[in-house]
Design a protein around this ligand. Structure first.
Ligand code: NAD
Ligand code: ZN
Length: 254
């Protein structure tokens, strides 16, 4: 099938589904200027995010992790705006098709694009928390004069996102499992599907009888095993075309 056929086919399946869930990863934000971990242009080319982004590395040397990983992220995220892929998903939600976005991203772009039910599987970067007294502060309000930045009590701030080696917030885990097991279609967009347990959500969906469709420039471990097919390419233009098609089909039906 050509790319256009696959886009049409995906739109048809969405239009005939009752409960669509999307699982998104760093790839959906690449066109917003945020580098992913893996893949071309990923941070992986500079260092190993699984080592630098591990909670043990942070606890042993918070200054190093702030310098290598978190401070750059703070600058990039403060400038980033949603792209056509996040807007497309928000449109699918307004059409009553997409019920929930499970995102591994910490950038808040789905909410900015207008998605209302977003599960932040790996927490978010919008807030920092003091390791000593637990006080929370908005990331944008913390100037990086010193690294690591510190609370008035002297404690070190950490972002409220999940580091490698930490467990998923219980509510996010419960809600994601429920969403995965109750959807009839899961769109898996811009994730390399190697970070667990996030990558297991499409498997739960498939085992519960849902169709799984991937959108990614590259195949992933799900491609030959769990997904019905891969719509190969960048999320921005593909999700936009799919949302346009679904809109057109639903206008005809109604
Ligand atoms: P990943 O970095 O492991 O993989 C990125 C995937 O996106 C790859 O499969 C790549 O082929 C694909 N991709 C690249 N460009 C794309 C595009 N234009 N459209 C669609 N797909 C594209 O990402 P992951 O699976 O999400 O795992 C990385 C972890 O790092 C996540 O847990 C996440 O929390 C964190 N992370 C988040 C951000 C963010 O918030 N934006 C950025 C980097 C890393
Ligand atoms: Zn404090």
């Amino acid at each position: 099938m050509t790319l256009n056929d696959l886009i049409q086919e995906t739109a048809k399946i969405i239009a005939s589904s009752k409960h669509v869930v999307a699982l998104t990863g760093a790839g959906i934000s690449v066109e917003s200027g945020i580098p992913p971990f893996r893949g071309k242009g990923g941070l992986w080319e500079k260092f190993d995010p699984m080592e630098v982004g591990h909670i043990q590395s942070f606890m042993e040397n918070p200054e190093r992790v702030w310098r290598l990983l978190i401070s750059g992220m703070k600058d990039i995220l403060s400038e980033a705006r949603p792209n056509a892929a996040q807007y497309g998903l928000a449109r699918l939600e307004s059409l009553g098709k997409l019920k929930t976005v499970i995102t591994q991203n910490v950038d808040g772009l789905h909410q900015l694009a207008g998605s209302r039910d977003v599960i932040e599987f790996h927490g978010n970067f919008a807030w920092l928390r003091c390791l000593n007294c637990g006080a929370r502060v908005k990331t944008v309000n913390v100037a990086l004069k010193e690294m690591p930045p510190k609370c008035d009590c002297g404690g070190i701030y950490r972002p409220e996102c999940v580091f490698f080696g930490e467990s998923i917030p219980m509510q996010a885990m419960d809600r994601s499992q429920l969403a995965a097991s109750s959807c009839d279609l899961m769109l898996v967009i811009g994730t390399s599907a190697v970070v667990q347990p996030a990558a297991f959500m499409p498997v739960i969906a498939r085992q519960s009888g849902a169709v799984v469709i991937e959108i990614n420039p590259e195949p992933t471990p799900l491609t030959q095993t769990t997904s019905k097919f891969l719509v190969q390419g960048k999320a921005g233009s593909i999700v936009k075309q799919i949302a346009d098609e679904v809109e057109r089909m639903m206008a005809i039906i109604n």
